[in-house]
Design a protein around this ligand. Sequence first.
Ligand SMILES: [Zn+2]
Length: 272
Amino acid sequence: MIQVTWTGAAGLTFETPDEIILIDPYYTRVDLFNTLLGPISPDEAAIDSALSAMQKVKAVIVGHTHSDHALDVPYIIQRSNAQLVGSSSLDTLMTLAGLPGRTLVCRGGETVALSEHALVTMIRSAHGLVFAGKVPFQGEIRPSATLPMKASGYRLGTVFAPRLQIHGISFLHVGSANFIEEEVQGYTCDVLFLCAAGWHKTEGYPHRLIDITRPGTVVLIHYDDFSKPHVKGTQTRKLPLLDLKGMVRSIKAQFPQKDVVVPEIDARMSLG
Ligand SMILES: [Zn+2]
């Protein structure tokens, strides 16, 4: 049995009795004021409290290096000693954090063994359009930067949609509302995690992606207002202006047979 938990923004935790694998872990939830004016730093207490079984974390996978996907990663790697898979931009961030050589750098298409039962394929992907039809903070994290840096220093880097397989069950993580059709072609999955923020801004998203990857279950994530704290046990606060119900309706209209799940933050899903 694999317990999957959405932990806010694009963060997912995959837990089996033996190990924990994280994708885009982000617990700090920097507020809007600091996101705009920075510099920003990981909230170590928040990370420690969320990841009490830090030693069980065997791998961390990062889809791109914006701050809501990568800010907390150096601290988690330092504490857990987990294997890290991501882009060359992530490798630069790790070097800035005093952890050079810790990233298995992917360019797209690589399959990496994470443990006896888990592997990940790093499918090249694209970032959703955020403000005024643009992708924010493009390019790579600069080697000349110093930490702590502003959110704008956490540049995009290569974007991946990691396809994780654990005990033969496949999970495709789309952490930003876009995709590259030629890259994802040929990959199917049992469970598809979809970024909801900005879903209506990209043509073919998410319907074409669902068509290609043929999941049994679709789980919507990255719909929370991640500039606000999440209080355990309370309802997830949605991003303002996000038509989440419209996204569910739009998927269901074209794929009435699919299960579409909208989890609360920290709610465990038993899959597999
Ligand atoms: Zn992003």
